[in-house]
Design a protein around this ligand. Structure first.
Ligand SMILES: C[S@@+](CC[C@H](N)C(=O)[O-])C[C@H]1O[C@@H](n2cnc3c(N)ncnc32)[C@H](O)[C@@H]1O
Length: 222
């Protein structure tokens, strides 16, 4: 049984295989690790921003892939917005299937997991990897960020049950914060998400989704 939100009637990750979904939708969808290659071309610090931290599964998979593939001296800044933070116990239980896979990273992340109070919480996980957890509504919190982003993971609950997380305010902030050529990937192929991201300047494409989902969206900020 995977963790499910009663409030939003959606799961935190795929019941088929959460980690495989992360790799397909967010990592492959953002052309990682290829996109962070090239430390000498303005990529000494690679910035990922995510809407919906949840259990941290996407972050952990990104952290591991980065340490396996990035060039020496490159750093990863991962910023994630979360309005309803889970507890350490809830996250620990949800991630049980991947404890071995993440080789101590779950324990390291949970050892530094902050109190569940609103605000920006910075977790320095290694010399190269920093996680900034923003415990607040993404609609308000994004406007306070001043970090230019290389790629976006849009992982709110499904747009039909959580439309507030896929708002014009979020898309406008994404455009403001995106570096030239920034990418995004999301599991959804909802029409209003596609149109909203096009309106703020993303070139949006539909590609095959994970498992039984026939389509998802990826794009580049021109
Ligand atoms: C599908 S889950 C994210 C899964 C997560 N990326 C992971 O790796 O486990 C969606 C998350 O969005 C959060 N959320 C819902 N509405 C939000 C909002 N308005 N602002 C910020 N976070 C929100 C939920 O609490 C939930 O943790």
């Amino acid at each position: 049984m995977v963790l499910k939100s009663v409030q939003f009637d959606d799961v935190y990750f795929s019941a088929e295989d959460g980690l495989a979904e992360t790799h397909h939708v967010f990592l492959k969808g953002n052309d990682l690790p290829a996109r962070w290659q090239g430390a000498g071309e303005g990529k000494a610090r690679f910035v990922v921003a995510e809407t919906g931290f949840g259990t941290g599964l996407n972050f952990l998979a990104t952290w591991k892939l980065f340490e396996e593939t990035a060039e020496a001296g490159q750093a990863l800044d991962f910023i994630s917005f979360e309005k309803f933070p889970l507890s350490v116990a809830e996250i620990g239980e949800a991630l049980l299937p991947w404890m071995d896979e993440f080789e101590g990273r779950v324990e390291a992340m949970l050892a530094l997991y902050p109190l569940r109070v609103p605000g920006f919480h910075r977790l320095v996980l290694s010399e190269r990897v920093t996680l900034t957890l923003v415990f607040d509504d993404v609609n308000e919190a994004m406007a306070q960020v001043e970090r230019k982003v290389d790629c976006w993971f849009l992982d709110g609950f499904k747009p039909a049950s959580n439309p507030g997380m896929w708002s014009e305010a979020v898309f406008v902030q994404m455009a403001r914060l995106s570096k030239k050529g920034a990418r995004f990937a999301t599991f959804t192929s909802a029409g209003f998400v596609k149109r909203g991201l096009r309106e703020v300047g993303f070139d949006v494409r539909k590609v095959p989704g994970f498992g039984s989902k026939w389509a998802m969206l990826v794009g580049v900020k021109e």
